[in-house]
Structure formats: structure tokens, C-alpha cells
Design a protein around this ligand. Structure first.
Ligand SMILES: [Zn+2]
Length: 461
């Protein structure tokens, strides 16, 4: 069956796909609400029935300490490459419910949009993926690649069970690429694929001076002030080019190729956008880089909180006994949060005066991730977007972390293709979450093209 027939099949079934989505949405799978754990279970059951109805094999619901993980696969040839499709069937809470214009779990079409919790994040994306799989399996008896599926129910609460699950099921989940549709588009006309994410190293820095707060008249001038020392140490962590001064900090930073810089320049996020989004009087990035590069492809250092001495009303003249800062670094490929902790400690040993004692507490961080945008699956999706949207997707990096992408890479060794059809105006996590139905339908066709192009690549290989 040719690609046109697969696309026609999908077009003829759009209404049914939408009905399925509505039924899926009606299950209130709010992962943070213990009262609704039976709904979570119901959503996992619904999904496993759906996977069974598609004729997939080894459909299973795995229990975890919290919410179940749903798995399925279709193996055509063990030696062929495998695409692992990832998704999460849990949703954010609907509160504050009074701000919804329609019932959150009763999907309502308003104009060209479907309004409901989970419509975009990400039940709509799951159904789009499965609709494409259905078209594909309907049209082709044999594929030159295999499919696996994993759906978790804890993404919106930080995925506490997924790490152990990946560790324990490495063989079951073995694949060549992960298709993750939990990201979005830049706008309805501009698709995107995210190929790199920043990691994080987070610390608490304590600087201790006298045994207790001291009278600044009686002792001022002979003892050092921990609040001033802490401020100086922090100020010294960046130079006047706004580069971070921790020893060796940039050694593992992958430099941007000219091609990457050209791609990132396509992201419609300019200095003016940042100015209007933040309300700051002036921007302050590392010299030599554009805003989008500073924000996604370069590491940063920030202070999140400071605590020391007297901060009450009026005046009190103490030399504080200690000063504390919470600080973190956003890391880029191939930095390592463990190494960064050592770099911070080395900086402190070299720069802290002997008048104080310092201590660093390390909080959980995360590794940055880089998923090769030239891998076959990413190429196939780029071409698929070009066919449906008439333009190449923007290949971008993300300033924040998406732990599942990092874990798939770290634990299973698989690069993700991170994309999707969510739009910035879809109110994800907020009241009146929407799904743009026109974009969603185009999304289904895009995934069908993706499978088709990937098949051709694999058949040619
Ligand atoms: Zn999501």
C-alpha cells in the first residue's frame, strides 16, 4: 500500500481518532492525586486495550511502587532497527477548576480547538502517534523496522519510578531511537525538533565566621564578615565577559558548529522577545553569543537565594556568624555535574580567605543530553515535517532539562527524537488547556510520513 493510501486511511478516520481521544481524556488520570489512583489504573488499562486492538504483541502493564507503566511491541525482524515510542498518560491537576470555561475532563470542541485537561499534554500526542501506527499497520503487513511502546503514569510528578524501570528492563526496551512527542512547535506554522537539553548542578554554599553573631562596634574591623566574603566569592564566579571562572568549567563544553549556529538563528526568539518576556531594563549574556545560544547552548551560573544576618525591620548592628547561598549551574553537553562540583570546590579552596570556613552541600543534579540531529530517525522526521508543513523544522536546543530524554540516553544508550505538536498558546498545565485540531490532524499525517520515510531509509540501508 502506498503512502497516499495510508494518508487517506488516516483522513477517513480522523473523527474516530478524535472520539478515542475524548474517551481517553475522560479518564481523570491526575498522577499527583492519591484519590484518583484508580483513574490512573483505568487510563493504563484503556491504553493497553488500545494497544491490543492495534494488534501489537506482548502488551503488558508493569506495576511500579506508584503508577503502572504500559508496554507493547511489534517485532518484524529482530535484526532490523527499532523505534521506541515514549509517552505519559498522566495529566496535571485541573485546579483551579473555577477558571475553566468548560468541564476539564469532558473534551469540548471550541472553534478549531479541543479544550480539556491532557488534550495537548499529552493524550492528544499519544493518540496522534497511535493513529499513525494504526494507518501504518493497516497498510503494511511487513515493516523494515520494529516498534516498541512505553507509557508512564508519573511524568507530571517527576517520574519517580522510571529510572529503576529502565535499569531493570534494558533488554525489553532495547531500541535504536526513541520517538518522544512530548515537546512542541514554535508556532502553528513552524515545527521544531529539540536535539539538546541542558543539565543541572545545584549547591548550597555555607560560609562560617565567628562562633555567633558579633556586635559590629565591639568586633568590627578585626574579624571578617561572612556575608561580605560570600558576596565576593559569588561575584568572582563570573568575569567581566560574563564567563564562569570555576577552574576547567568550559573544558567539556561542546562548541557550536557553524551549521548549528545557523539553525539556532532560525528560532524566532530575539533580544526584544527576551526583553518583553522578562521586563528587565537590559539583557546580560555571555559575550560572543546570541541570546538563543546563551539561553540554550551555553552553560550558566545563577544564585537562587541568599541568607545571612539581620533582615528584620529597623537596624541591628551584627556581624553575622554565617552566610548561605543556594546556587546552580545549567550545564550543556558534555559537562558532568559531578566534575562541576569538584570545580566549585577547587574555586573555593583557591579563593576563599583563611578568615572563614566554607562548606558545600550538593543536591541532585542532572546530566545534559545531546541527541544527534543527523541520526536516521531525526532526518526522517525533518523530511516528514517538510512534506506536511512545507518547511524544514527548526532544530533547537532547550535551556531546561527533560529527564526522560537524558535517562533514555544514560541508561539505555538511546538518542531521542524530541518533537510534537503542542503550541505555546495551548495552556499546558493551566486552566483551559487546548489542542489545535488542525495542527493535530497534520501531526498525524506527519508521523505517517515519518514512518514511511524511515522505512525507505531502512530498506535502502
Ligand atoms: Zn507532557
Amino acid at each position: 500500500m502506498n503512502i497516499q493510501q495510508l494518508l487517506t486511511f488516516a483522513q477517513q478516520n480522523f473523527d474516530r481518532f478524535l472520539e478515542e481521544l475524548n474517551a481517553f481524556i475522560a479518564i481523570e488520570s491526575v498522577s499527583s492525586d492519591p484519590e484518583r489512583s484508580h483513574d490512573i489504573r483505568k487510563a493504563a488499562d484503556w491504553l493497553s486495550n488500545k494497544l491490543n486492538s492495534l494488534g501489537l504483541d506482548h502488551v503488558a502493564i508493569f506495576d511500579t511502587p506508584l503508577h503502572p507503566i504500559v508496554f507493547a511491541e511489534k517485532i518484524f525482524d529482530k535484526s532490523a532497527p527499532t523505534i521506541l515510542i515514549y509517552g505519559h498518560y498522566d495529566v496535571q491537576p485541573e485546579s483551579p477548576v473555577e477558571l475553566w470555561n468548560t468541564p476539564p475532563f469532558d473534551a469540548t470542541v471550541v472553534g478549531t480547538r479541543l479544550v480539556a485537561r491532557g488534550s495537548t499534554d499529552m493524550k492528544g500526542q499519544i493518540i496522534a502517534g497511535l493513529a499513525a501506527v494504526e494507518a501504518l499497520l493497516f497498510g503494511k503487513e511487513e515493516l523494515p523496522f520494529n516498534l516498541k511502546f512505553i507509557y508512564e503514569g508519573e511524568e507530571e510528578i517527576g517520574s519517580p519510578s522510571i529510572r529503576d524501570f529502565l535499569e531493570e528492563h534494558k533488554e525489553l526496551l532495547a531500541a535504536d531511537t526513541v520517538l518522544n512527542l512530548d515537546a512542541g512547535m514554535i508556532n502553528a506554522d513552524t515545527p521544531s525538533i529539540t536535539y539538546a537539553l541542558r543539565g543541572l548542578a545545584y549547591f548550597e554554599l555555607l560560609v562560617k565566621g565567628p562562633a555567633q553573631d558579633l556586635h559590629s562596634g565591639v568586633f568590627g574591623g578585626v574579624v571578617d564578615n561572612p556575608a561580605i566574603v560570600l558576596s565576593q566569592l559569588i561575584a568572582g564566579m563570573k568575569d567581566d565577559q560574563r564567563r564562569i571562572t570555576l577552574p576547567g568549567f568550559y573544558e567539556d563544553v561542546r562548541s557550536l558548529s557553524d551549521k548549528e549556529r545557523e539553525e539556532l538563528a532560525r528560532v524566532p526568539q530575539t533580544a526584544d522577545t527576551y526583553l518583553s518576556q522578562t521586563g528587565v531594563p537590559h539583557l546580560a549574556g555571555e559575550q560572543g553569543y546570541t541570546c538563543i545560544e546563551q539561553n540554550t547552548a551555553r552553560p550558566t551560573l545563577d544564585v537562587h537565594g541568599l541568607l545571612s544576618g539581620f533582615t528584620g525591620e529597623g537596624a541591628k548592628t551584627v556581624i553575622p556568624a554565617w552566610a548561605l547561598a543556594k546556587l546552580s549551574m545549567r550545564l550543556v553537553p558534555d559537562q558532568d555535574p559531578v566534575k562541576v562540583a569538584d570545580q566549585l570546590k577547587q574555586y573555593l579552596s583557591e579563593n576563599a580567605p583563611p578568615t572563614v570556613i566554607w562548606d558545600v552541600k550538593t543536591f541532585t543534579g542532572g546530566y545534559p543530553a545531546f541527541c544527534d540531529p543527523d541520526q536516521p530517525a531525526s532526518k526522517a522526521l525533518q523530511d516528514a515535517f517538510e512534506l506536511t508543513w512545507g518547511k524544514r523544522p527548526v532544530l533547537k536546543r532547550e535551556g531546561a532539562s527533560i529527564p526522560i530524554v537524558t535517562e533514555m540516553k544514560e541508561i539505555l544508550g538511546i538518542d531521542s527524537v524530541l518533537s510534537g505538536f503542542a503550541l505555546p498558546e495551548d495552556n499546558m498545565h493551566a486552566p483551559n488547556e487546548t489542542l489545535n485540531l488542525e495542527v493535530w490532524r497534520k501531526g498525524i499525517l506527519t508521523i505517517i510520513h515519518f514512518f514511511d520515510l524511515y522505512s525507505k531509509q531502512m530498506a535502502d540501508a
